[in-house]
Write a protein that binds this ligand. Structure first.
Ligand code: FES
Length: 110
């Protein structure tokens, strides 16, 4: 199992869930019913509604692939932040990511 932590946009609330290896971060968010991650396209890298901010200490392990479809989609997001933004549906969880932390966007931005 892999533990995933989601921090609210204002930093005040952390919600955690344990999911099996191979689950995506978006699916972990759905387990918690997080409204900040509606994941409208179901994980096919098409909607951008699973956009999260990766905690600094995890960025090395979760760097976005250059020139990927994910990067192209994220760069159109109004709240895109280089070196921080990822799409949760494109992050597959493995043992190296146990206890990973990401920050949610403001729900109003969605
Ligand atoms: Fe649509 Fe991730 S769920 S881009």
């Amino acid at each position: 199992m892999v533990k995933v932590n989601f921090v609210s946009a204002d930093g005040t609330l952390v919600q955690s869930v344990d999911v099996p290896v191979g689950t995506t971060m978006m699916e972990a968010a759905k387990e918690l019913g997080l409204r900040e991650i509606p994941a409208d396209c179901g994980g096919s890298c098409a909607c951008g509604t699973c956009h999260v901010y990766v905690d600094d200490v995890w960025w090395e392990k979760l760097k976005i692939k250059e020139n990927s479809l994910e990067q192209s989609l994220l760069e159109y997001e109004k709240d895109y932040k280089e070196g921080v933004s990822r799409l949760a549906c494109q992050i597959q969880l493995n043992d190296d990511l146990n206890n990973v932390t990401v920050k949610l966007r403001e729900h109003e931005l969605l």
